[in-house]
Design a protein around this ligand. Structure first.
Ligand code: HEC
Length: 132
């Protein structure tokens, strides 16, 4: 190997090293972003919880398949503020979604709703079930 050849070798090696460092650096950057993203996405915001924006869509997505005005499984209707209010006030709404003893675990045969969704319902009830 002559001097020029070894200099080229060295440059190639340095280049490869540089690319590796760049890849690692960007890898670290994405790691950090991945760490940050879910933590902000899973933050549970229970401030100003209300019926129209939070509770009805939540019940609609998880419960109306069985508890709409049309289906009324177990004679339970959760569609419409006044109907849902009955179960919010007698404790069965929170008791059933948090799978507390003495209540039928809901959604029936399905996965428990997320911890955050349970907290949203709990906060709504603690705040006096606002309809706004
Ligand atoms: C697959 C159908 C189905 C889904 C989905 C479902 N339920 Fe039910 N639910 C039932 C049936 C059937 C009953 C009556 C029998 C029983 O209590 O297990 C019932 C009963 C209830 C009761 C009365 C429980 C009691 O202890 O008296 C409440 C409250 C209730 N559901 C709330 C909900 C909520 C809130 C959701 C959504 C998070 C939901 N359900 C989703 C089928 C369903």
């Amino acid at each position: 190997m002559d001097k020029r050849g070894s200099a080229e070798q060295l440059m190639k090696r340095n280049c490869a090293g540089l690319i590796l460092v760049a890849a690692l650096a960007s890898g670290c950057y994405y790691d950090v972003e991945e760490e940050l993203y879910p933590s902000s996405a899973t933050a549970c915001d229970t401030a100003g919880v209300n019926w129209t924006i939070d509770i009805e869509p939540l019940l609609s997505a998880n419960c109306f398949s069985c508890h709409s005005a049309g289906t009324a499984s177990g004679n339970v209707i959760l569609e419409g503020y006044q109907n849902a209010l009955v179960y919010a006030n007698d404790g069965r709404l929170l008791g059933s979604v948090s799978h507390e003893p003495g209540y039928s675990a809901m959604p029936l045969g399905g996965n428990k709703i997320s911890h955050c969704h349970i907290e949203v319902i709990r906060t709504w009830i603690l705040n006096g079930t606002p309809e706004n």
